[in-house]
Design a protein around this ligand. Sequence first.
Ligand SMILES: [Cu+2]
Length: 644
Amino acid sequence: MVHSPMLVTAIALGIHAQLVAPLPRIPLPRPAPGAPTVAINDNRTPAGTRTGNVLTLSLDIVETAWKPEGEVDPEVPAYAFAESGKTPQIPGPLVRVPDGTEVRLILRSRVSRSLVVWGLRPGSGTPTDTVQLGVGATRELRYRLRIPGTYLYWAAFAGSTSMEDRLWLDSQLNGAIVVDPAAGSPPDRILLVSEWFLPYDSIPNKPFEDVLTINGKAWPHTERLTLQQGDSTRFRVINAMPAHHPIHLHGFYYRVSARGSWNKDGPIARPMQPVVNTDVMAPGGTLTLRFLPTTPGNWLFHCHFSFHMDETVTLSGSPRDSGTAPTSDRAHAGTNREHQMRGLVVGLTVIPAPSYNAYSATEPRELRLLVQKKPNALAGGTAAYGFVLQDGDKVPARDSVALPGPVLELQRGQPVRINVVNNLAEPTGIHWHGLEIESFPDGVPNWSGMRDRIFPPIAPNDSFTAAFTPPRSGTFPYHSHLNERHQISSGMYGAIIVSDKPRDLTHDHLIVAGGGGPEVFAKIESPFALVNGRVSPSPLRLTAGEKHRLRIVSIHPDWRITFTLRNDATIARWRAVAKDGATLPPVQATMRVAQLDMGPGETADFEFTPLRPGEWVMEVRSSDSGWYIPLPIIVERPPSRRSR
Ligand SMILES: [Cu+2]
């Protein structure tokens, strides 16, 4: 298939259009007449028949009709795997066996295109281990699954060389493979991420239709998971897409016990396991994690790229074929639906334990945080949306906006009540990302909270008070959790620093990289990004021979960002001390090269001791698009020597 260079770039970057005008929608292909309807696979029931250590499995590839969203949303054609004689499934049938099982597989094509199948025999690490499947062909395979882990088998049109070649018809040929250790695995859930992508070169600004799903459904139609407060929960996440995903869990940290790829996996030794609330999955990657849902209520597990969880990735509203005008529920549904979450979001409801007591606190500290708008403040003349803290009775100017938002300096263990006043002309909701607090103040409109007490969007001219007690010292972002691609891009982000004692600002520095205006599809070379609120940020001043803490917050909604601390000659070395606000255990707090790649929502703290005076720079660079913002770092002599 041939795409325009811009589209190829867009696919490669995983960046999609920022739409200003109403969406031009694309006529969708229709499923073939009589195509079987797909069954959604929750990945709980292993396929095939296992006798002793032999699994017998027969898989067909068929053309199907699939509803990745709701009942009134479009139905699209997609090839899918089916166990012979059973309903085709998206994702494909789950292959789950104990280590050492022999697989006797019959693979049959019932479609009109030749295919190539990858990953049936994972663990070898050999991506060239493929099966060619001609039109109507049958192949019989025997092999042993030997290395415990989480994997993906997948297929594509013959001639494809990677997952990137898949667009829509072959995009759902994905299935999970789990090889359990002989002793078995604790209970878990498998979440497989896939994309159905229809490019369409003749409509500028919206040259595609796209839907992203988890186990075959997109939010708000993804399976809602019910967990018990205090019950250890395990997920195996499989990314069947050629794009990264910063995977964020609200309310809790998770422990990563394995990071793999579709054909290779292996455990991380327990002392080295990252404990994080956001982790970037690689294209084709897998992530095995567990967490303890210690606080009841509604929580989210989602991709933190705004364009993987918003209207960019829904088919709702697309005409179903070229002869039909848009008849979607969205076309009839008021403006409220325009900004709801879509795509890669899973809702978790944690049922309270009998011992649960609702949060209460005495003598909270009161903060008043205004959400405001300043016209013409950003690239391209767009308005900045952002925050400003009110100091006492002095009301800030209605158009005052701090970029990034003011640092919320909180004290560990001290109750706080943040009164968020919405001075925008649109609703919002503010999320205190990474803080282990109650669900209700967590800030996801129409979701956070419990039972009949659910957080509503903060309406224009209304306010909301988030009451919580930060339990842990560290660096966290706060940001809008409504219409994120617009509101976060426009400046609705900042840092929360929770401390045990007042910070020494001469040795404790904050670097916040975030949006600098909503991106315009045709201008993706432009930064649309800010570091500490500026395109040319003010230098940080450090003292030679002394230890400094650098707190890095990556909160651009659209981009992964690479941070590199260097001078003309060399990249610096620094000591990692915290990730996502959690202090690293000593074995992980190692000296390392001062360069890292961070997705939206991640924070990382480092200790840096520059040995002598000089000029350094923190290079802040989009990992994908190449925009670059240098943050100068000036290392001065210690005062004693300076005064000589
Ligand atoms: Cu994503």
